[in-house]
Design a protein around this ligand. Structure first.
Ligand code: B12
Ligand code: SF4
Ligand code: SF4
Length: 427
């Protein structure tokens, strides 16, 4: 997922200081930490690679592969095409620093090798099970636990620190927050391939690797890219509830529920509200249906095992979260990122789609919420449950909320059938 949107979380290249300064090679410069070791013959590129692999495994990484910074010359063109079609929606941060994003050597001219790492975040049970219970919220697998950015960043820093000392090289580590295109770099390194859903999948871990990158000035032996093993399959494309793929390998984020429920700030556009079903944070449909998951295993990282209370929380419970309770409940998880109002927006859509009139009291109460975003979605939820009061509360003045009232009254929001399926495509 993207995290660069929020300035506070954006880790700029210059802020990720190399953990160890490069040895000074100018006359009179200090010896680097690795200088004496270099003479020992232990530091051939292959020995360094072996060191990395052993250390990475011990730290809990499940996959590692190496590529060169110039391995994917088509990246600038591909990124430009994606942005030109507007497929990034309002993720304006994707328009910034595109030169550095598409070309690692522009982000860091000294980089010679890119080590791509994966942590298997495979679920312990059917990731789509929560979609079958419309009275509960469905949360994407990656968000049902501790924030992977923190977990992977910690591991990367430790690995990078040890490697920098061993190699006498400089390093920078990235996970999601910097202008780095992690998927194509991982594919070029042979960690897997980008499937037709655009996510990197692997023969060993299916669709559940989370990625991190270690850029270094050390010359390391590069791996060959992995071939594409999608063949004629198109399960992920057909499973998408919102037709978010204009073509195989291309995603229009504006139609993707992961984008709409997490990145998008305003009201969910009406056409996506019913297909959203009970997805209150992210979406796993295109990942979960992939046949390569038959080789997947549950994560071995204890900090990434699912929290029971996040597997499928009752909507009634989520609808009662105020700001403080939201922060308490989701501290340390990716969910805290949306903030309470956007999350409640999603919960209200799920309530509308539940077909459960018993939940209408929750939506009715939220007609008086301080957030116009929440009030607007409460209107939609009540209309969808067939329980909308005849007129807005007398004090309602917000133009966006009043527009929701108009939409509900005039164009008629389609009523949810009682306990209907939760936005899944018919089989
Ligand atoms: C922006 C972003 C999003 C956006 C856009 C997603 C997207 N597909 O780009 C949104 C919010 C929708 C999103 C959603 C998700 N995300 Co996200 N996201 C990112 C982020 C920050 C940047 C991705 C990016 O650069 N997109 C720009 C486009 C241009 O890149 P692209 O998809 O690689 O596009 C390629 C194709 O179009 C290809 N192409 C074009 N034509 C053709 C033709 C052929 C034949 C081929 C082969 C290729 C090809 O060329 C492009 C360049 O390679 C990365 C982290 C990072 N820094 O890389 C995480 C990341 C991709 N997300 C991740 C995850 C887990 C998710 C979700 C699964 C979360 C969820 N469960 O809700 C969903 C998956 C939805 C999906 N099907 O993609 C993981 C994926 C891990 C993996 N194994 O790949 C990443 C890598 C984060 C991480 N560190 O692990 N995400
Ligand atoms: S994450 Fe969901 S909405 Fe987004 S492309 Fe995949 S199936 Fe479609
Ligand atoms: S579902 Fe099929 S087409 Fe999609 S990524 Fe998996 S193998 Fe490729």
């Amino acid at each position: 997922m993207g995290r660069g949107r929020d300035g506070a979380e954006l880790v700029r290249a210059g802020e990720v200081a190399p953990l160890l300064p490069q040895p000074a090679h100018r006359p009179g410069g200090r010896d680097g930490a690795g200088r004496s070791l270099r003479g020992s013959g232990l530091l051939t590129p292959h020995a360094l690679r072996h060191f990395l692999e052993t250390r990475a495994r011990a730290l809990g990484f499940d996959a590692l592969a190496i590529t060169r910074p110039d391995a994917v010359p088509a990246l600038p063109e591909r990124l430009a095409a994606w942005l030109a079609s507007g497929h990034h929606g309002d993720m304006a941060w994707m328009e910034e620093r595109t030169g550095e994003r598409a070309d690692p050597a522009r982000l860091w001219p000294e980089v010679r090798s890119i080590v791509m790492l994966g942590v298997n975040a495979g679920p312990e049970s059917d990731p789509l099970a929560a979609l079958r219970d419309p009275s509960r919220g469905s949360i994407a697998v990656y968000a049902r636990r501790r924030d992977y950015h923190d977990v992977i960043k910690g591991k990367l820093k430790e690995l990078g620190g040890a490697f920098a000392v061993k190699a006498g090289a400089a390093i920078k580590v990235f996970v999601d927050t910097a202008p780095v295109m992690e998927k194509p770099l991982a594919a070029a390194a042979g960690l897997g391939w980008q499937g037709k859903h655009s996510v990197l999948l692997s023969r060993d871990f299916g669709n559940w690797l989370l990625l991190g990158a270690l850029y270094t000035t050390a010359e390391l032996p590069a791996d060959a890219p992995e071939g594409d093993h999608c063949g004629r399959c198109r399960r992920c494309l057909d499973a998408c509830p919102t037709d978010a793929f204009p073509a195989p390998y291309q995603l229009d984020a504006r139609r993707c529920l992961a984008y709409l429920t997490i990145e998008h700030a305003g009201p969910i556009p009406p056409e996506f509200r019913v297909p959203m079903g009970n997805r209150v944070f992210g979406c796993d449909d295109c990942l979960a249906v992939c046949p390569w998951n038959k080789f997947a295993t549950a994560t071995r990282e204890a900090r990434l095992t699912a929290r029971d209370d996040l597997a499928a929380p009752p909507l009634a419970e989520l609808a009662r979260l105020d700001d403080a309770a939201f922060r308490r409940r989701f501290a340390g998880t990716p969910i805290k990122r949306t903030g309470r109002d956007r999350f409640l927006r999603n919960v209200l859509i799920a309530i509308g789609n539940s077909g459960d009139e018993g939940l209408s009291g929750e939506a009715e109460r939220l007609l008086g919420d301080p957030s116009p975003l929440v009030r607007g979605m409460a209107v939609w939820a009540l209309a969808r449950l067939g329980r909308l009061p005849p007129a807005p509360p007398p004090g309602e003045r917000d133009p966006d909320v009043l527009a929701e009232w108009d939409l509900a009254k005039n164009s008629g929001v389609r009523r949810a059938s009682p306990l209907a399926g939760a936005g899944q495509r018919p089989a």
